[in-house]
Design a binder for this molecule. Structure first.
Ligand SMILES: C[S@@+](CC[C@H](N)C(=O)[O-])C[C@H]1O[C@@H](n2cnc3c(N)ncnc32)[C@H](O)[C@@H]1O
Length: 258
């Protein structure tokens, strides 16, 4: 679990734009981190509020995603899922601004859940192709309904990351932006990252959620920073961002998130 000490340590290391000399990263700080708002926020947040107040439950079959110990099926309140699993609004809006800033055309999310962050990604004004993978069919269906209700276009692929990610990449789907937001354990995270790194070009970016969630996730993030294919990283505490940019000095930034 994230600790207060860990957060304090991050805040002490984190730089504002004044401490950043790379023009590429400086622009991200100025336009994305310090930027505000995102397209369709009020509609998506209205849906989030509705889900957080929902009295309904879902019977979830995780299809081997390993989300729970014991049996595969569990009954979970939608309100609890919306409160506990969805990326918070300011962070989801940040991801949309990053996708817009980079002009990413092919966006992949690992872990759809109720589709709230999928909606933010798909709502980027330049309308990138957006695809999201989710193991639990009941969640995938809810997410598809939510996206349809919002009038947003995104493809939800039902299945495990282990099965669907290689199939998509081998089938010619090459994302230039990927958000890993499920199965937050070291080895699986590094496997997903490796598959993405093998196919992404120099413009590609991988965002990893919850890099301080556990000792395993901290180790995974450290391994990503040391990966020779990565040459710029940004630690924003809630996310770690890895860029594959060529011809740029290898540098690791810890950036202050307002
Ligand atoms: C933290 S939630 C994702 C939240 C979502 N990105 C958002 O911000 O609204 C993680 C999701 O990943 C799914 N998941 C976990 N492990 C998985 C796996 N191995 N394959 C596919 N889906 C998985 C879970 O069912 C869960 O819905």
């Amino acid at each position: 679990m994230r600790s207060a000490l860990e957060y304090l340590n991050y805040r002490l290391r984190a730089k504002t734009r004044h401490g950043v000399h790379s023009p590429f990263v400086y622009r991200i700080v100025e336009e994305v981190i310090q930027g505000t708002g995102a397209a369709r926020t009020s509609d998506i947040e209205k849906l989030r509020t509705e889900l957080r107040n929902s009295t309904e439950s879902l019977t979830i079959d995780d299809r081997g995603a390993g989300m729970r110990r014991g049996g595969r099926k569990s009954v979970r309140k939608i309100s609890e899922i919306a409160r506990r699993s969805a990326t918070p609004a300011p962070q989801a809006a940040f991801l949309q601004r990053l996708v817009s800033h980079l002009g990413s055309e092919c966006v992949l999310e690992l872990g759809t859940n109720l589709g709230l962050t999928t909606a933010y990604l798909a709502a980027a004004p330049h309308a990138p192709r957006t695809l999201s993978i989710e193991a639990a069919p009941e969640l995938a269906k809810c997410a598809a309904d939510h996206l349809a209700r919002l009038g947003l276009k995104a493809e939800i692929v039902v299945g495990t990351f282990e099965e669907k990610l290689p199939a998509l990449l081998n089938g010619g789907f090459v994302p230039d932006f990927a958000y890993i937001d499920g199965n937050h354990r070291k080895d699986p995270t590094l496997r997903y990252f490796d598959l993405l790194a093998q196919c992404m070009d120099a413009e590609g970016v991988v965002v990893i959620g919850d890099i301080y969630w556990s000792a395993e996730m901290r180790e995974a993030w450290q391994a990503v920073k040391e990966d020779p294919r990565v040459n710029v990283t940004a630690d924003l505490y809630y996310f770690g961002i890895a860029f594959f940019r060529k011809g740029q000095a290898r540098e690791h930034f810890t950036l202050k998130h307002p």
